[in-house]
Design a protein around this ligand. Structure first.
Ligand SMILES: Nc1ncnc2c1ncn2[C@@H]1O[C@H](COP(=O)(O)OP(=O)(O)OP(=O)(O)O)[C@@H](O)[C@H]1O
Ligand SMILES: [Mg+2]
Length: 1079
């Protein structure tokens, strides 16, 4: 590998100094060879974050500088000018000195095999390639300064080097052999003689002058097996050969030129294809990655299982993989290392799919610093963020972090633009989600499409709660790895009355007596706290943290308040100042508003956490909890699958989630929050139950995790129909035979016999296609009689039927491009069409109505009094919108006054209009609190409505883009989507584009003078901490690196646009395609 580096260096210096004629011939190659140097330049700004560390690392290039091969080309100028014979003589003289030199290089090459200097050597030498003297100076300097350098190869070797590493390098060598790389033989020679050389080589050889040797290329091309025996033998043989040789001048020159030429090509190829110089000692990654894990995450060493998993043969062979470990087992790190390998070593893009927007944002913040440091893009695909298809990057690779829905759209867009192979790896966190409703169906579609269209994309899925792994393995054609490792032991308890039992699988009924609760309850207290919550939480708080899972949102708030009523006043004193700060900050981000429950509970270190909070509030509370300022959260089950907020003790207030009895998977996810790696030595969970539920709970704890089942057919309009539409729209499969074949490869295909016994896969396929055709979303190209399709439904289709082909209609394409739920595509089309007849543009109301999500409307229950009051306050033109969509003042008035209504009115339209009133008010006032009060709706709900509307607005935009008749909507919807996405004063929008900067933070930053993306990208985190209240160093760094990344991305996009503009069109008259390419 090191050989590869020196090779690149050497050729770079030749090209730069002497080879003008070749330069013009190899313009393209030159660009590629220059790449490392260019990259460095490009990274200069970014490097300010890395500071001196990176530079110091780059200086670690002592010995390679005097690599004998370097100078062989350094003399090329004189070689061309002087007599060749003289030159040959000279070369042969120099060749005499080669062995020592080569020995030396070999020695260090091997030493540095596992050093992070590998990459940087190349870069720095490239940069100084023009100046031999400088190079030597540098070298001398490095010689003396070598001990100061932080990387000690020995230490590197000792530190966690996987045995696979060695294997990896061996593989590299042998694969280059296979490719006929001229340098390969030299590598063999080096590696085989390494040991001897090491022993023989005196250290002071380092100081010998650099040597030139044209015969080294001979060594590489010779097939003399002796050279493998020993260095001396090799040298002897070659020298004798040289002495005898009577090489004609011309052929000799030609040979050298050819050698140079082929080496140039090889270098360019290598630089482009593999960037082997990026590889290093940390699981094939530069050791900088290891440093970053220590620096950013405090992870010093991998767990044994993580190492074992990363070095699995199947992982090395890039087979698909599912791995499953208990919660907090450290699954993420393994996935991250594999992702980095893909980005940095294989130089392919990576998609990571996570279940929720909040987790995507958390991950973006966590990984953007890695992106900045290691040179890849981290792109957010969540909410209304994400470009389809993604921007094609020239140099750096992209890590797309996406929600399930956005991940699906991204994959669709890559298939459509024939770029799916650019995706090297797809990682799915919480893989069990594949069994959960419409999102599960979407996840399944995404994975099935990748499997069908790209044979080179690796898929990795992880989860803590998988049972029927075999089905998933069959679907994903994946290997499986599992372990029971958990860094912190988790003890499970049950509480019945005042007795605590430990869950014990060996005991007869699954539990053994542990202890009695030691807390004196007065009669009044018993009434207030019949479940002894106070007794349980006070054993832990305030020094440790505690989560109390409650069945409903309301219950969370009640329990938090109840606990604080009983807690001793002593609790107020704990971190009093910090808690005061939290309250102050909550007010700051909410325009002075503060929830009365939180106002009461936060001084005790207690808060509720559920979907009713705004994003800003949730973030702030989570930060305070993570910092130990808050010690107790009462929360709903959503927190279990949400962000990483572990606790010393987790209490389940009841074995219910809403009204449903707890599922084993939910139970495992909730209790899994207990025990904080690196902080707690133990974690405990206590499930509170009543006597009546005892039997059911005992069954729950003893039974295995639930199986997960395909949702593809259960979710009719969001599953199989959407799938077929996109299969045909994207031309993944367009005839019946192919579509059926695709279906057989889905998760549903694997489970079909369990899931739908009464109907065959063939029947289901045929029926769905018929339905879509009838709906006008598909057209069949062959005449498809009902008879033809349905009569042979029980057997697999005949050859003739297999050929029935379909194409997508315009409406079908619009629906799938806009990701519109097929249940609503007719309504959307109708509403937009009606809008064309008389769109009221006096205000935003009509447009907002058109982009209010249909599914949210169906679950809404308007308050008729509020509805009426809001309606009355509208302008006549706005009231006209209501009339146009079919809701009269009379109707709302009657509803508000409780009168009966005879005329039938579409409830969905009425509800949808009500929600558009909410959104309209919100866009005008930009204050969630006042709107929440006005409409008597929880602020969290309003925020969800807003983000739902923003996402749907962008879907409607894509829908309209496909239908010419709706062209007029396009410009309007672009603006509306922006307004709905940010819903803040326009000046905050640029700041909020930065991941993790929500409204409150944006306002703080704006007020402190950071008014644009450029301001943020150039900010000093240390200054930010001082000027912005309640901003941790970690957050400040993340904001700055996210801003840098975004700025860089924008600049690059503009640059690409410029290039696109200046490019000669490929269909330019009179130009043959190939010559355009050359140009
Ligand atoms: N090798 C390690 N050394 C120390 N800490 C680690 C190591 N690996 C992971 N961690 C830490 O352990 C915690 C849990 O890890 P992670 O989030 O990956 O768990 P998980 O397996 O994904 O659990 P869940 O199923 O709950 O999502 C994190 O805070 C992570 O930083
Ligand atoms: Mg996880």
């Amino acid at each position: 590998m090191d050989e590869g580096c020196s090779r690149i260096r050497r050729r770079v210096s030749v090209r730069k100094r002497n080879r003008r004629s070749l330069e013009s011939v190899f313009a393209a190659l030159t660009a590629a060879v220059l790449k490392p140097g260019d990259e460095e330049k490009e990274d200069e700004d970014e490097e300010t974050v890395a500071g001196s560390r990176r530079r110091k690392t780059m200086d670690v290039q002592p010995v390679e500088n005097i690599d004998s091969e370097e100078d062989m080309f350094g003399d090329y100028d004189s070689f061309a000018e002087n007599s060749f014979l003289a030159q040959v003589d000279d070369l042969e003289q120099k060749y005499l000195q080669l062995p020592e030199h080569r020995k030396h290089a070999t020695d260090h090459a091997t030493e540095d095999l596992c050093s992070e200097s590998i990459k940087h050597n190349t870069l720095s030498i490239t940069a100084v390639g023009d100046y031999t003297e400088l190079k030597i100076d540098e070298h001398t300097k490095n010689q003396s300064g070598h001990e100061d350098v932080s990387i000690d190869p020995e230490a590197d070797v000792l530190y966690d080097i996987p045995s696979s590493q060695v294997l990896f390098f061996e593989n590299l060598y042998s694969s280059s052999n296979d490719l006929g790389d001229p340098s390969t033989e030299e590598r063999d020679w080096n590696s085989s003689s390494h040991k001897t050389v090491n022993e023989e080589l005196p250290i002071n050889n380092v100081e010998q002058p650099q040597q030139t040797d044209e015969s080294s290329s001979k060594v590489r091309t010779s097939s003399d097996a002796n050279r493998r025996k020993s260095l001396k033998d090799h040298l002897k043989n070659t020298m004798t050969g040289n002495a005898k040789a009577q090489t004609p001048v011309f052929s000799r020159t030609k040979q050298l030129k050819e050698t140079l030429l082929s080496e140039e090509i090889n270098v360019a190829k290598k630089t482009i294809e593999s960037s082997l110089d990026d590889l290093g000692p940390f699981y094939s990654l530069p050791s900088k990655v290891r440093d970053l894990y220590v620096q950013f995450k405090g992870i010093e060493k991998l767990y044994e299982w993580q190492h074992a998993c990363l070095t699995l043969n199947s992982v090395q062979e890039r087979k698909n993989l599912i791995y499953s470990l208990p919660t907090s087992g450290g699954k993420t790190l393994v996935a991250e290392i594999l992702m980095l390998q893909e980005l940095l070593c294989r130089r392919k893009d990576v998609l990571m799919i996570l279940p929720y927007v909040a987790i995507v944002q958390e991950k973006i913040s966590g990984l953007s610093s890695f992106g900045v440091e290691l040179g890849f893009f981290v792109e957010e695909y969540a909410g209304s963020k994400g470009k389809f298809p993604p921007i094609k990057r020239r140099e750096k690779k992209s890590l797309y972090i996406a929600t399930i829905e956005k991940g699906h759209s991204l994959v669709n867009s890559l298939i459509e633009t024939e770029r799916i192979n650019s995706l090297g790896l797809v990682v799915v966190d919480e893989l069990h989600m594949i069994g959960e409703g419409s999102r599960g169906a979407i996840l399944e579609m995404t994975l099935a499409k990748i499997l069908y269209t790209s044979k080179t994309t690796q898929i990795i899925g992880m989860s803590a709660t998988l049972n029927n792994v075999e089905d998933l393995q069959e679907f994903l054609q994946a290997e499986y790895y599992t372990s029971q490792f958990r860094p912190v032991e988790l003890k499970e308890y049950l509480k019945i009355k005042d007795t605590i039992y430990e869950v014990d699988s060996k005991a007869e009924n699954g539990m053994t007596f542990s202890r009695l609760l030691n807390y004196k309850y007065s009669d009044t207290l018993k009434k207030m706290d019949p479940d002894h919550l106070i007794a349980l939480v006070t054993e832990v708080i305030p020094n440790y943290s505690c989560l109390v899972f409650c069945p409903t949102k309301k219950n969370c708030e009640n329990v938090a308040e109840m606990i604080c009523k009983i807690l001793s006043k002593e609790y107020l004193k704990h971190k009093e100042k910090e808690k005061h700060e939290v309250i102050k900050n909550l007010k700051n981000i909410s325009n002075g508003n503060l929830c009365p429950v939180l106002k009461h509970t936060i001084p005790f270190g207690v808060a509720y956490h559920h979907g009713g909070l705004t994003g800003d509030e949730r973030k702030l509370l989570e930060e305070a909890y993570s910092a130990g300022v808050l010690c107790l959260f009462t929360c709903t089950s959503t927190l279990a699958a949400g962000v990483n907020l572990p606790a010393r003790r987790v209490i389940l207030r009841a074995p219910y989630v809403a009204k449903e009895f707890l599922k084993k998977n939910q139970y495992k996810q909730m209790i899994g929050r207990a025990g904080r790696a690196g902080i707690d030595s133990t974690g405990e969970s206590i499930l509170i139950l009543q006597e009546k539920d005892k039997q059911q709970v005992l069954e729950l704890i003893s039974r295995p995790l639930e199986n997960c089942y395909s949702q593809l057919v259960q979710e009719f309009t969001k599953g199989i129909q959407t799938l077929f539409l996109s299969l045909i729209g994207l031309k993944i499969a367009t005839n019946l035979g192919d579509i059926y074949h695709f279906m057989s490869g889905t998760f549903f295909g694997v489970q079909q016999k369990i899931l739908l016994k009464e109907r065959s896969l063939w029947e289901i396929t045929v029926e769905s296609l018929r339905y879509l055709t009838e709906k006008g979303l598909l057209q069949n190209d062959t005449i498809l009689t009902e008879k033809g399709l349905l009569q042979k439904d029980t057997i697999h289709g005949s050859e003739e039927e297999f050929q029935y082909s379909f194409h997508i209609t315009k409406l079908g394409r619009a629906s799938f491009k806009g990701a519109i739920d097929l249940a609503y595509c007719d309504s959307l089309y109708r509403d937009l069409k009606k809008g064309l007849e008389g769109l009221v543009l006096e205000s935003l109301l009509h447009l907002i109505y058109l982009t209010t999500p249909y599914d949210m409307a169906s679950q809404c229950h308007p308050d008729w009094m509020i509805y009426f009051r809001q309606f009355s306050q509208l302008s006549p033109a706005e009231q006209n919108v209501a009339v146009l969509v079919g809701v009269s003042e009379n109707f709302i008035g009657k509803k508000a006054s409780g009168q009966a209504i005879r005329k039938k009115v579409d409830k969905n339209i009425v509800n949808r209009l009500y929600l558009s009133f909410v959104l309209y008010t919100l866009l005008k006032e930009t204050n969630i609190w006042s709107v929440s009060e006005k409409f008597n709706m929880p602020r969290g709900y309003i925020q969800n409505l807003l983000s739902g509307a923003a996402a749907f607005s962008s879907c409607v935009l894509h829908f309209c883009e496909e239908l010419e008749e709706f062209w007029v909507y396009r410009a309007l919807l672009v603006e509306l989507t922006k307004k709905l996405t940010y819903c803040v004063k326009a000046e905050l929008i640029p700041l909020m584009e930065v991941t993790g900067v929500l409204e409150g933070r944006a306002r703080q930053l704006y007020n402190a003078g950071y008014k644009s993306l450029m301001h943020l990208a150039n900010a000093n985190p240390e200054v930010l901490i001082k000027t912005i209240d309640h901003l941790s160093r970690r957050q400040a760094k993340q904001i700055v690196s996210s801003a840098k990344l975004l700025l860089h991305e924008k600049a690059e996009a503009l640059q690409e646009e410029v290039e696109e503009l200046l490019r000669l069109p490929s269909d330019f008259p009179g130009i043959v395609a190939s010559s355009v390419e050359k140009a």
